[in-house]
Design a protein around this ligand. Structure first.
Ligand code: ZN
Length: 551
């Protein structure tokens, strides 16, 4: 096991003869001098927990020793002492969770603690999702400087990031719906290449968002080609997740095929009751591509409501050119009836206005809309829901968040249980105190990983515990070039979570999202205890993670 035990000191023959000659009682005395010479004092030892390696093996009662930010030893009853020791008897010890689709970085500048992230046991978030990233690979917005600023921020969790192809398009082509010129395409490709060279861990698209949605298949293929050599994935929020879900999967597969890269379908779902039957077809397409040699996988958060902008109920074409162009079209009698028709069709698809819940507004005067279902909120005010939605958008200059309650529980079970499925949160980072407590965010930002362990492992037995842990650790980490994380093995980065598998429970709800989970006892990031007995360390030990680097 790579620890300073007898197994390492002697080859089996020597050891056997030694045991025969010396006898067990003498063993300690006989061996002690040489062992003492080599025995390390660890910074931290976690004793007697049920250790899960993150690769799907059942838990075994072992000690885990940490030194210098690395797992220094794993073994039964390690003899070396830790400067700090944690008694984990009765608890599960797992690699820190890796959230492969997270928006938790967006609030780190305001509150670097990343409370709702750390308290779920997440030690690494993969940011830059849905086509949007903080860096683009441009000279003045490089990933090198993004990672440096993350290091300097000392965030709670580690942060890796994909390069967002929507952000890249926005920087080069702008907000309008047009084909990129050959020169623009070359510049965008160079930006992606530079981003990956600097450590971006994949490329993401958000094809229901503008301007990312304006990228045709050929552009996506061209921009994803640099991923292939680095074995990093193209992660996509697909062009459609409801009526045209299967076409959207076909397009995603075509990108991966054309670019010869891995494909990660983000938050796979069948949206709207009339599309719930499509999951078998979706799985068939994915599995067929996989057996044809394509490296395709997917992720999902454990809720049947999604979170997005309220503008997403409105057709993509109506948002061409940005917010002011959108409002101009809404006021234009020549096109506004068509916008209304298509929007109402989308609302019908998710099951009506009451399945659209307002999660955030920018306008202070509309603060009381936060947390409300749009149908009920309109009724209470004697307003038409469609007109009210537009009024809310106008007053917040387009910046209104919504939750869509439109997915199937049964399909969620099957997506989480599928061997190619990983767990993600898709959530934002917030805290019950401080500046990031605002609006009424999707509870996934505080509950996703504990919710999988509680509801889908313990209660409904959709997944076994080792398999759930694998889907939260080694599977996502290796997917994005962070193979030295997500596994509890000697030499791996010391990101660890200790939790009570019998008690772990998510507490955040759609009505009361500002609640941390229970049962997550200890969280260790880069060898430093970030959470212990519900208490946070003042200083964050997370940093920017460059894909392919061992640091
Ligand atoms: Zn998304």
């Amino acid at each position: 096991m790579g620890s300073y035990t007898l197994d390492d000191e002697f080859d089996s023959t020597t050891r056997r003869s030694f045991l025969e000659n010396a006898g067990t009682a003498l063993l300690g005395v006989a061996v002690a001098p040489s062992l003492l010479m080599r025995r390390a004092e660890y910074s931290l030892v976690i004793r007697d927990g049920k250790v899960f390696d993150g690769m799907g093996a059942a838990g075994r009662t072992l000690d885990v020793a940490i030194e210098g930010g690395r797992i220094a030893a794993i073994g039964a009853r390690l003899s070396g002492r830790g400067r700090e020791e944690i008694d984990a008897r009765g608890f599960a010890v797992a690699p820190g969770f890796v959230d492969i689709h997270s928006h938790g970085d967006s609030s780190l500048a305001e509150d670097p603690r990343g409370e709702s992230v750390i308290r779920q046991g997440i030690t690494t978030i993969i940011a830059g999702a849905d086509g949007g990233s903080r860096a683009t690979g441009a000279a003045d917005k490089s990933f090198a400087s993004l990672f440096t600023s993350l290091d300097q921020l000392h965030p709670g969790p580690n942060v890796a990031s994909m390069v967002g192809l929507g952000s890249v398009r926005g920087a080069v082509v702008g907000d309008t719906d047009r084909k990129a010129t050959a020169d623009e395409l070359r510049r965008m490709t160079e930006m992606v290449e530079r981003a990956l060279a600097d450590g971006a861990c994949g490329a993401s698209s958000g094809l229901e968002y503008t301007p990312g949605a304006f990228a045709p298949l050929s552009e996506l293929i061209a921009l994803c080609k640099p991923l292939a050599a680095r074995k990093l994935p193209y992660a996509t929020h697909m062009r459609n997740e409801d009526d045209r879900l299967l076409n959207a999967i076909d397009e995603s597969l075509a990108v991966a095929r054309g670019a010869r890269c891995a494909l990660q379908i983000s938050h796979l779902k069948t949206q709207g009751p009339r599309n719930w039957t499509k999951l078998d077809d979706a799985f068939r397409r994915i599995e067929k591509a996989r057996s044809g040699g394509l490296d395709v996988a997917f992720d999902r958060y454990p809720y049947v409501a999604y979170s997005t902008g309220l503008t997403n109920l409105f057709p993509v074409w109506s948002r061409d050119g940005g917010t002011s162009a959108f409002f101009a079209r809404l006021a234009d009698a020549a096109v506004s009836p068509r916008i209304k028709r298509e929007t109402l069709a989308k609302v019908e698809l998710i099951g009506g206005w009451d399945n659209a819940q307002i999660s955030s507004v920018r306008a202070a005067e509309d603060r009381d809309a936060e947390g409300k279902r749009l149908g009920a909120y309109a009724l209470a005010r004697g307003a038409d829901a469609y007109e009210l939605a537009i009024a809310l958008l106008r007053r917040s200059n387009g910046d209104v968040g919504m939750l869509g309650h439109a997915m199937s529980e049964e399909n969620l079970d099957r997506i989480l249980a599928h061997p190619l499925g990983m767990v993600c949160s898709d959530g934002g980072g917030f805290a019950v105190d401080g500046p990031t407590r605002r609006g009424s965010p999707h509870p996934r930002g505080a509950g996703s990983f504990p919710r999988v362990l509680a509801r889908y492992v313990r209660e409904r037995k959709v997944l076994t515990l080792p398999e759930a842990i694998r889907k939260m650790t080694s599977l996502p980490a290796s997917r994005v070039g962070l193979g030295h994380r997500g596994r509890l093995v000697t030499g791996a980065a010391a990101d660890v979570v200790v939790f009570d598998s019998e008690r772990v429970t998510d507490k955040a709800t759609f009505d009361a999202p500002f609640q941390y989970p229970m049962g997550i006892e200890v969280v260790i990031v880069n060898g430093v205890v970030a959470l212990r007995d519900g208490q946070r360390n003042a200083t964050g030990s997370g940093r920017g993670l460059r894909a392919g680097s061992s640091h």
